[in-house]
Design a protein around this ligand. Structure first.
Ligand code: TMP
Ligand code: ASP
Length: 245
């Protein structure tokens, strides 16, 4: 790896300064964590697969006019992205009840919601990413009301698009998490999609068998996590020949 400045190390990615101003290199690790870092492990080859899967999905979103931070994939584990000021929210979309929604409200997993739900979590490891409402978000200036409007309408479009895309390869998009950032263009701030979209940040169930093809295989010790990520990449047509690099 060439000498370059590390900006940040997260649980699943490392960020380096990019060669051009206003760019960042995202390096995808195989490290997996769950439950706010209480559970730690490695899913071999995950970084390579998430790099490809996120590249594929972000490119499609860019093509349909949704601005994302993605610029280009650099190699097996790295992609060049635009530098953004991260909005400190995890924006979760739910189409089917699962995970923390099931727990919080005592619901059975697998219930198809009559309409999709968007939830916001304030990004704070110390506070364990608490659920917040738009009123908290605007009151504490984490995002403006206008940014929230932009972000919600982008999120709904992304959900429609990704649901259809995954459906086409026999996968049900149960829920997923997005992160947004702001960039300064033409004298104003604009909201764009950041972070990644991968089996780390989505719940993906096989359409016919309901088999889990996502990070729940790691969170819940179901085994074959690596194979599940590979299966998602294979169905999307982006499975590389070798994932060990
Ligand atoms: P949850 O049911 O645990 O709230 O998760 C909802 C979705 O968000 C699920 O697809 C996994 C994703 N997610 C992340 O990407 N990062 C996180 O830290 C959490 C808690 C969930
Ligand atoms: N990635 C998060 C963590 O490290 C949680 C999760 O995805 O379950 O805690």
């Amino acid at each position: 790896m060439s000498r370059r400045k590390q900006i940040y190390e997260g649980k699943a990615k490392v960020l380096f300064e990019g060669s051009e101003p206003g760019t960042i290199i995202q390096y995808f690790k195989d490290d997996a964590t769950a439950f706010n870092n209480q559970k730690k492990g490695v899913i071999t080859g995950k970084g390579v697969l998430n790099n490809r899967i996120s590249e594929y999905l972000m490119t499609k979103l860019n093509d349909m006019g949704i601005s994302t931070h993605f610029i280009k994939r650099l190699n097996m584990r790295e992609q060049l992205v635009r530098k953004v000021e991260i909005i400190p929210l995890e924006v979760v979309v739910r189409n089917t009840v699962a995970g923390s929604l099931a727990e919080r409200l005592g619901l059975k997993e697998g219930y198809n919601l009559p309409r999709s739900i968007i939830e916001f979590f304030y990004k704070s490891d110390e506070l364990n990413d608490p659920l917040v409402t738009e009123e908290h978000i605007t009151a504490f200036d984490w995002a403006s009301a206008q940014e929230m409007d932009e972000l919600v309408s982008m999120t709904l479009r992304i959900n429609d698009f990704l649901s259809g895309l995954f459906f086409g390869v026999g996968i049900k998009l149960i829920d997923f998490k997005l992160e947004y950032g702001r960039v300064f263009v033409d004298d104003q701030f604009k909201v764009i999609l950041a972070d990644e979209i991968s089996p780390d940040s989505c719940r993906l169930w096989d359409l016919n068998t309901n088999e889990k093809l996502d990070k729940d295989r790691f969170r819940r010790d179901l085994g074959s996590a690596e194979e599940a990520y590979q299966e998602v990449a294979r169905r999307l047509g982006v499975l590389p020949e070798n994932t060990n690099n």
